[in-house]
Design a protein around this ligand. Structure first.
Ligand SMILES: Nc1nc2c(c(=O)[nH]1)N[C@H]1C(S)=C(S)[C@@H](COP(=O)(O)O)O[C@H]1N2
Ligand SMILES: [Mo]
Length: 403
């Protein structure tokens, strides 16, 4: 018996009993699922509201969206969005009175502290943006870099609402002369007795990134959950996850990049075997990337004679994604896929689909995106010590069987 597993409700696949799966002719698959379920860690309490069946719990500070859980309607629901905290999240008391949260704005003509209440009077904008950890795809590096072995699920497409940074800056008299960077500092309470620079989350991006940046208080139509940076988060569209500072307590325009370790030595594109240092490129803009979310190997054997909707997501970093091609033969030949759903702007991802009739056989499905600047998603990853910025289409290819 062959079953198109993609047509079964996802919940049943992930949480169904062995008997239910065996009944559907999926006994062999269920073995793996049961082993995985047995090993699954429970959700940490502060993200207890997440949908446990849609995420992989790597640790108390790292959750990954399952590849099979990404839907096709563009936005990643908050309850399945990945989570990555370099430090333990602050206490929930910081979201008790969200409007009272204060951020210091420095490196402007009239630097001062502003409350979220005040920020809300200065402007309002909404941006849909791919939030992606620079380590997404690290799990495909054969070198097994240290860090969470994310495959595709350290990313999501999220709607953010807040005040444009440029409106805040304008109200404070503009950026001071000579300030080349925009530096955000996270509001985590740092443990005593440790050099704060060695652990604080503080990142600098080129000051020009302020043009599209937001100080955001809302995400996917709700106040930003504490775990995702509420009450206030810096959103830098097109930039890697780490630059989107949660619970931001200071936004400074600075002449130099931050000398916090996470900026000077962390998140650097170091050569394999090397150590991070300030001379190496920092993890900043994202690059054009795509991957297939269905069908997947875990979908089981696909029914021969039917059509398969090969679908996934594609995005371009600073440039909008322009097109996606799909290959069913491991990259020998490519066909143009079709974008589906609304275009939510250049920082959002697009869903794509290619409908294919696949005779019985084994197929390596791959996708390759192009952005409006003409950049094409490469075949191979750029090797680096920490496993950052993996956009290789070959690494993201999936093998499926039709019988
Ligand atoms: N204050 C603060 N901001 C932070 C971090 C953090 O640890 N503290 N982690 C960064 C990293 S590495 C990533 S990938 C994203 C993760 O955002 P999410 O947990 O909302 O998915 O937040 C970034 N911003
Ligand atoms: Mo990250």
């Amino acid at each position: 018996m062959t079953v198109a597993l993609t047509s079964l409700p996802r919940r049943r696949l992930l949480t169904g009993s062995a008997a239910a799966l065996a009944g559907a002719g999926l006994a062999s698959w269920s073995q793996g699922a049961l082993a995985q379920a047995a090993a699954a860690k429970p959700l940490p309490a502060y993200v207890g509201w997440k949908n446990a069946s849609d995420v992989i719990v790597h640790s108390s500070t790292t959750l990954e969206t399952k590849r099979s859980a990404f839907g096709t309607s563009g936005i990643t629901p908050s309850n399945q969005l990945y989570l990555r905290n370099n430090l333990p999240a602050p206490d929930a008391t910081i979201v008790a009175d969200r409007d009272a949260w204060e951020v210091t704005v420095a490196g402007v003509k009239s630097p001062r502290k502003l409350t979220v209440r005040e920020l809300k009077t200065l402007g309002l904008e909404t941006v849909t943006m791919v939030l992606q950890c620079s380590g997404n795809g690290r799990g495909f590096f054969p070198s097994k870099p240290s860090g969470t072995p994310w495959t595709v699920g350290a990313a999501g497409c999220v709607v953010w609402s807040g005040v444009p940074v440029r409106a805040v800056v304008e109200s404070l008299g503009g950026v001071s002369a000579g300030m080349r960077f925009m530096t955000g500092t996270g509001g985590e309470k740092l443990p005593e007795g440790i050099d704060p620079k060695s652990i604080m989350v503080e990142r600098s991006v080129p000051a020009a990134a302020m043009q599209d940046a937001l100080l955001a208080w809302e995400m996917n139509g709700e106040p930003i959950p504490l775990a995702h940076g509420g009450p206030l988060r810096l959103i830098v569209p097109g930039y890697q996850g780490v630059n989107n500072i949660k619970y931001i307590k200071q936004l400074a325009f600075t002449a130099q990049e931050s000398d916090a370790k996470i900026m000077s030595h962390g998140y650097r594109m170091s050569p394999p075997g090397g150590k991070g240092d300030p001379s190496q490129p920092s993890v900043q803009e994202m690059s054009v990337k795509s991957w297939i979310n269905s069908p997947l190997p875990e979908s089981g054997t696909l029914a021969a004679g039917g059509t398969v909707q090969i679908q996934g997501v594609a995005f371009g970093g600073l440039h909008a994604v322009k097109g996606v091609e799909v290959s069913i033969d491991g990259g020998k030949t490519w066909q143009k896929a079709r974008f589906i759903g609304p275009d939510m702007g250049k920082y959002a991802w697009r869903q794509f689909v290619l409908q294919a009739r696949l005779p019985a056989g084994t197929y390596t499905l791959a996708s390759r995106a192009t952005d409006t600047a003409g950049n094409v998603q490469p075949e191979t990853r750029g090797e680096n010590q920490s496993g950052y910025n993996n956009t290789s289409w070959a690494d993201h290819a999936v093998k499926v069987t039709v019988a």
